[in-house]
Write a protein that binds this ligand. Structure first.
Ligand code: TMP
Length: 411
């Protein structure tokens, strides 16, 4: 049993602060303008790094139930993400020889973007999605979805009903799980004999290298290097046999694992990746051993504030493009509000006509760009830089100046 001050992976006492981003609101709790004068909950955004297994982690200040009860993020909103899902379904079907009688289970299946790709390829699918509004939407789209949190209890319930999965997909969910032990043991339990689990996590190496401190927010309880992810899985009976590096979310790892006890294991087809990723991660280790990461966000804060403030002072109207959770961390940390960025546009209907948490910048539909014609567009959803730049080029004929803090590549 671990406490708030112990590592959620290995139980070591947590003493080393990775970075202190101050007191921040919940990044996906978009504010209704009629409630803008009400106090918002602010919690410390101060992840620790474990001296033992090097897992970077935030204490569970907010329960997953509080965060995911009603969630504003719909995967299918992004055509690039839908393509990413289709590509992965092709890869998995070919590599693991999935057929109509095989079962794919996705944990945190959101609106079914990935599962529908498997479904159209004739594979049986099941989603687990705790956000009720999103699970309901997926069900309406014909994706069988259970609206519960995944862990040993739900895995056991399904196994008792005769369900086991040939492929478990856990994309961009492990970071959101406070009880890693329960979640990973649940995967081990529900995997069929010789089944495979594919896990996508944003890479800690990229976070440090590109100073992506804004990807830290309360919903992300853990931040993984490949080395730590192996440790997390192997402690719980899952053997890692491959890794790919992906451009998604500013640089992610796709880790393949199987049950330790399986007799006919899949082997690596990306042996070079395993060595390359492990070598790159020596870079992260230098940070832990020397000064930590703390200084980096501060440097970026000052340059960005200076740049935006100067443009604003010269009379430019600045708009943000995209209202992802990372924008909330970024603006709240830098102390930038509507005095500098007049508005943000976002394609997600659930975010439109709301305010960015904490700093209260209005979020408008993308079409408002044509109406308000800002002089400067700050690409706040930097992980979608390519797609957004292409849209700006196509639709913004008044030639606004485009700024992007991180040169992140897109899917
Ligand atoms: P994400 O970084 O968590 O995927 O969130 C990206 C946000 O950016 C999401 O709210 C949707 C928004 N967005 C747009 O508004 N227009 C776009 O063209 C793209 C790619 C994203």
């Amino acid at each position: 049993m671990t406490t708030k001050n112990n590592c959620r992976n290995c139980g070591e006492v947590l003493e080393h602060v990775f970075v202190d981003l101050g007191m921040q609101p919940l990044a996906n709790s978009y504010v209704d303008p009629t409630k803008k004068d009400q106090a918002e909950t602010r919690l410390p955004l101060r992840p620790f790094v474990c001296q033992g297994c090097r897992l970077v982690q935030l204490p569970e200040y907010e329960t997953p139930e509080g965060i995911f009860g009603d969630y504003a993020y719909f995967s299918s909103q992004s055509s690039a993400w839908v393509k990413h899902c289709g590509d992965f379904a092709d890869l998995a079907v070919n590599r693991f020889k999935l057929q109509g009688n095989n079962r794919v289970l996705e944990l945190a299946s959101n609106d079914g973007a990935l599962l529908s790709a498997f479904q159209t390829r004739g594979i049986q699918v099941l989603g687990i999605e705790p956000a009720h509004n999103i699970a309901r939407y997926a069900q309406q789209q014909g994706i069988p979805t259970i609206d519960k949190f995944f862990g040993i209890d739900l895995a056991q319930e399904l196994v008792n009903q005769g369900y086991q999965a040939d492929l478990v997909c856990a994309n961009n969910v492990l970071a959101h799980v406070p009880d890693i032990e329960d979640f990973v043991r649940g995967i081990e339990l529900i995997l069929a004999h010789d089944g495979v689990v594919s896990i996508e996590v944003p890479s800690l190496y990229n976070l440090i290298k590109e100073n992506q401190f804004d990807t830290i927010y309360h919903e992300h309880f853990s931040y993984f290097s490949f080395e730590t992810a192996i440790d997390v899985l192997e402690r719980r009976g899952l053997k890692v046999f491959d890794v790919e590096t992906l451009p998604t979310h500013g640089g992610s790892l796709r880790i393949f694992a199987r049950r330790e006890i399986d007799r006919h294991p899949f082997n690596s087809v990306y042996q070079n990746n395993i060595s390359r990723v492990s070598q790159e991660e020596q870079f992260c280790h230098n940070f832990y051993n020397l000064l930590g990461y703390c200084i980096f966000p501060q440097k970026d804060k000052f340059t960005t504030i200076q740049k935006l403030a100067k443009l604003r002072q010269d009379g430019a109207v600045i708009a943000g493009y995209g209202a992802p959770a990372k924008l909330s961390t970024f603006l709240n940390y830098c102390g930038i509000g509507p005095e500098t960025i007049s508005f943000v546009v976002d394609s997600t209907p659930a975010k439109q006509n709301k305010l960015v948490p904490g700093v209260h910048i209005p979020i408008l539909p993308e079409s408002e760009l044509q109406v308000l014609k800002p002089d400067v567009i700050f690409i706040s959803a930097w992980n979608w830089k390519k797609e957004i730049e292409a849209k700006i080029k196509k639709e913004c004929d008044w030639n606004p100046e485009v700024i992007c803090r991180i040169q992140g590549s897109s899917v």
